[in-house]
Design a protein around this ligand. Structure first.
Ligand code: ATP
Ligand code: MG
Length: 230
């Protein structure tokens, strides 16, 4: 699903450049649930942004769903993102003046779907994340965990193949974090590939595989010791 070979990425800093990803190799198969860990500044978000076609790599190969990603302009990147990818962020990134249902329906608006159908589908996803009763509430009226559920519903509404989550539990308390991870697990069991960045070891342990990043390369890549995946 995601295949990366010898990926390099630098950022220009003043007259210098900061080499962040230094020849990274990673292969994530369809249906995997993978966590990426590493200290602050190790390049986790940089990697996720490249995988998510939000940023471009400098060299190396990136294949998304078998397609070599190169020379994408923003329009082509947006088309591929809408087709294949869903995003979840630490800070939820909900639109404050839109209610829960409207937030979830938004990606469908961009894909040109009519209002009635949009709202019907968005409602199904709000039900899926357990928030049907909160459809008309604004983000300011929701708890952090509820906001993240809305964000997950929004990520799923276009039926992506991969969900990319950058510290989805970073702003949540421990028990809310675990319930958000339960939801991601459920989505994964239904066949979705899930790629999540986290700082927390016990959150990473809820996935199937932990990839550790240090100094721009992967230093370990191991299956988790989960009792069972029921
Ligand atoms: P954290 O755990 O704190 O989120 P991270 O592993 O996600 O860290 P990145 O955000 O990928 O780290 O950043 C890696 C390095 O690249 C950092 O030194 C950061 O300052 C730098 N960096 C990230 N984005 C940019 C950018 N757009 N321009 C310049 N430098 C950047
Ligand atoms: Mg980060």
């Amino acid at each position: 699903m995601i295949k990366i070979e010898k990926l390099h990425k630098s950022y220009p800093i003043g007259k210098d450049s900061l080499h962040v990803l230094k020849g990274l190799d990673l292969h994530i198969k369809e249906g995997e649930f993978v966590a990426i860990m590493g200290s602050s500044g190790s390049g986790k978000s940089t990697l996720l942004n490249i995988v998510g076609l939000l940023d471009a790599h400098d060299s190396g190969n990136y294949y998304l769903n078998g397609q070599l990603i190169e020379n994408l302009d923003e329009r082509k990147a947006a088309i591929l993102r809408n087709k294949f990818l869903g995003f979840v962020f630490q800070s939820f990134n909900l639109i404050n003046y839109k209610n829960a249902l409207e937030n979830v329906a938004l990606p469908l608006y961009y894909s040109g779907m009519g209002r009635k159908e949009r709202n019907e589908i968005a409602m199904q996803y709000l039900e899926k994340v357990g928030l049907a009763d909160w459809a008309t509430h604004l983000p300011s009226e929701l708890s952090g965990g509820q906001k993240q559920r809305v964000a997950i519903a929004r990520a799923l509404v276009t039926k992506p193949k991969v969900v990319l989550a950058d510290e989805p539990t970073g702003a949540l308390d421990s028990s809310t974090s675990h319930s958000v991870m339960e939801l991601l697990k459920e989505i994964n069991r239904e066949g979705m590939t899930v790629f999540v960045i986290t700082h927390e070891e016990d959150i990473a342990e809820e996935t199937d595989r932990i990839v550790r990043l240090k100094d721009g390369v992967i230093i370990s890549d191991e299956k988790t010791l989960k009792k069972s995946k029921v």
